[in-house]
Structure formats: structure tokens, C-alpha cells
Design a protein around this ligand. Structure first.
Ligand code: HEC
Length: 148
């Protein structure tokens, strides 16, 4: 299967590309920090996708931990992007800082969905449903604020 489409089988469309993202050459520490945080979110989401597809053994505790990580990172997102820092390697779109309230709302949406599932999730079907909502939240922000 195409590596970037790992969530298809879980009913989630291909919303995020996950090449091996080296952050070499990124000089601005604030940009590096926000990219690292997104990378952690990406890793946790990928792991959840593998569990939803049965490629990794479903473990409710681990699923909840990954969901909590996503929620925690999403809570930090507005703070990590607050500085309007730029870097040639960054994919942050300048539109972020033109409507930061909307960017914050989109972060909050992901935080809320992930936190809810982190508290409630117990069976694998709930994970697939949660991933659909989470995927939509990632996509909403990436479409508006991440350069292709
Ligand atoms: C509120 C906005 C927002 C939300 C929500 C969001 N992202 Fe992002 N994401 C961004 C932006 C902006 C970038 C580009 C950052 C940069 O390059 O400076 C990015 C970059 C990334 C990257 C590339 C990181 C790297 O190594 O450079 C990954 C992977 C990623 N996001 C995964 C996700 C996943 C998975 C979700 C949902 C679970 C998600 N993101 C939710 C805004 C968001």
C-alpha cells in the first residue's frame, strides 16, 4: 500500500503525507519546535491508524496514551506558532498569522476530539470512528495553513 495512504483502510482519506521528514537545515529553533511537535502528532496518528487497521495489536491503554499525546500537542499548537517565525524549509503558510483566531480554533478542535477519545475509548471500532474525526481536524488545518 502507498505509504502515505496508511489510513485508507481505516476509512480515513489520505490527509497527510508522511515521508521521512528530516528537519535538517532548519535554523530557527521556534520553527524546529513546531515542526517537531507536528511530527510527534503524525507519529501518534500513524500508530493509531496501524492499530485501527489491525497491523498493530489493539491496546486500549496505548491508544489512549497516543490520543492524549495528540491532545496535549494540539493544546501547545497555538503557542508554538505564535511567533510568526519563518524558515525556508517551513511549510507554515503566512495565512496562519492573518487569521490566528481561526488557527487557534482549528487547534482547539483537534485537542477536544483527541481528549474526548483519550477519556472514553475502549474498543477498536471507537478508534476507527475517532480517527475519522481526527483526520478531518488535521485536514481542515493543513488545507488552510500548510503549504503543499
Ligand atoms: C491548527 C492547525 C493544524 C492541525 C490541527 C494539524 N496540523 Fe499538522 N501542520 C500544521 C502546519 C502549519 C504545518 C507546517 C509546519 C511547518 O513546516 O512550519 C504542519 C505540519 C505537519 C507535519 C509535518 C511535520 C514535519 O516534520 O515538518 C505532519 C506530519 C503533520 N502536520 C501531521 C498532522 C496530523 C497527523 C494532524 C492531526 C492529527 C495535524 N498535523 C493537525 C498545522 C496543523
Amino acid at each position: 500500500m502507498n505509504k502515505t495512504c496508511w489510513l485508507l483502510a481505516a476509512g480515513v482519506s489520505c490527509f497527510v503525507q508522511l515521508p521521512v521528514l528530516a528537519h535538517e537545515g532548519v535554523k530557527d529553533p521556534a520553527v524546529l519546535a513546531r515542526m517537531d511537535s507536528m511530527k510527534e502528532i503524525g507519529k501518534a496518528t500513524k500508530f493509531l491508524g496501524a492499530m485501527a487497521k489491525g497491523e498493530a495489536r489493539f491496546d486500549p491503554l496505548k491508544a489512549r496514551q497516543s490520543l492524549a499525546l495528540i491532545s496535549d500537542e494540539a493544546r501547545r499548537t497555538p503557542e508554538l506558532f505564535a511567533g510568526a517565525n519563518d524558515d525556508p524549509k517551513s511549510k507554515g503558510d503566512p495565512a496562519i498569522w492573518e487569521d490566528f483566531a481561526d488557527f487557534r480554533r482549528k487547534s482547539k478542535e483537534l485537542e477536544r476530539i483527541a481528549a474526548r477519545s483519550a477519556n472514553e475509548l475502549s474498543v477498536v471500532d471507537e478508534l476507527s470512528a475517532a480517527l475519522r474525526d481526527i483526520g478531518a481536524a488535521c485536514r481542515a488545518c493543513h488545507e488552510a495553513y500548510r503549504k503543499p
